[in-house]
Ligand binder design. Sequence first.
Ligand SMILES: Cc1cc2nc3c(=O)[nH]c(=O)nc-3n(C[C@H](O)[C@H](O)[C@H](O)COP(=O)(O)OP(=O)(O)OC[C@H]3O[C@@H](n4cnc5c(N)ncnc54)[C@H](O)[C@@H]3O)c2cc1C
Length: 405
Amino acid sequence: MNFPARRADTLFTDRGLPQETLDVRAEVRAFADEHIRPVAHTLNTTPESAEAFPRDLFNAMASAGLYEIPFPADVGGRGLAYPTLATVTAIEEIAYYSPSLASSMYDGQAILVGKTLDNAPGLREIYLPRLIRGEFVGSFATSEPEASTDLSVESLQTLAEKVDGGYRINGTKRWITNSPVADLIVVLCKTGSGLTMLLADMHDPGVTVSEPDLKMGNYVQLTADIQFKDVFVPDDHVAGSENGGLRAAIGSLVLGRMGIGACGVAMGQAAFDFAVDYMGKRKVFGQALARFQHWQFRFADHAMALESARALYQKAAMIYDENGRCDLETAMCKVKGSELAVDIARDAIQVCGAYGFVRELKGPGQAFPLESIYRDAKIGEIYEGANEIQRWVIARSIFGRDLTG
Ligand SMILES: Cc1cc2nc3c(=O)[nH]c(=O)nc-3n(C[C@H](O)[C@H](O)[C@H](O)COP(=O)(O)OP(=O)(O)OC[C@H]3O[C@@H](n4cnc5c(N)ncnc54)[C@H](O)[C@@H]3O)c2cc1C
């Protein structure tokens, strides 16, 4: 597939960012250009199966040191001053070519699993160096068939019963990213009147994973149901503290949401770049599509949206790296990034007409990207906290909890 010039380089400047972030952007872009771009179309259009999991690419990401970026030096990470900012920047660069690779193998693996372990003394020293070296694929499980947005102790049904020396897990988790190929999982369980995050081994005989779900998009992001039947987890595999599971999960999900915002920016930018290039070349009624003021104004609006959403995810990450709290900015960047991806992909397809709608043109043997971007964009508005919940978080800051609940 031919990729056009990246308009972000002329329309947007990474102004005011630390040099280390600019270096990470350049480094991950070079990696993505070399390793992901050539296989992007195959990745984004090959339906889900465990066999299609791009293990070579996962290994290449680990060998290139990309999993060092989010973590401190004592566990083998880079020890950056702004690790979150660098991590979400890396996500944007990976997602430009494959949003579902970025969601599963960076947002899922490095943020949701990695950050949960990073906040789990006793486990972090053992498992984070292994994660950074790419020695296991991890999953992060909160969702269940009957509970996902609502993670209250009343709704969750997966039970970890206290037994001698540890816990015994029984229950079903649903939609769990990477589960068909995962080795380890951090799983949110009911422990009496509270919730606890436990680190379990996916190769335990009591763990059964279904075939990967067949979804509208995000094909690289394999999801499946996991059944736990009498799975034993020792006491020292509590990730965080007993009954501190919800706090641990939410702590990782806040960072994951920034990643979703960055992923949305990447998808929007990729769709924008393709459409702008096409509009300069395609003639209708004797003139380039780019000469029609209707489309000029639409894409001026999209350029503003991209600029705002990128600045927003960068701001959220910088605030987090400086003081650890950024719920409001994270909610904003998740909503803006995910919604602009859908909006720009829809408009890009509209202006490119059939060339936007097609995946592969068999006559000349050409591949096109917008079809998969549009399919992949939608889930950003739903997962890691549906956008309605993010608007609730924002409204809470405006009106106060007394009014919003
Ligand atoms: C590709 C993919 C990957 C995923 N990966 C993981 C994973 O790795 N780990 C994991 O635990 N889960 C994962 N999930 C689950 C995902 O996080 C949930 O699907 C998501 O949280 C929404 O939950 P639900 O689908 O059960 O919707 P529900 O909770 O049933 O909500 C349905 C809809 O109701 C609306 N809604 C909910 N609450 C409100 C409200 N207060 N006000 C107004 N509207 C509201 C929203 O529009 C929401 O989309 C994944 C899902 C997908 C599709």
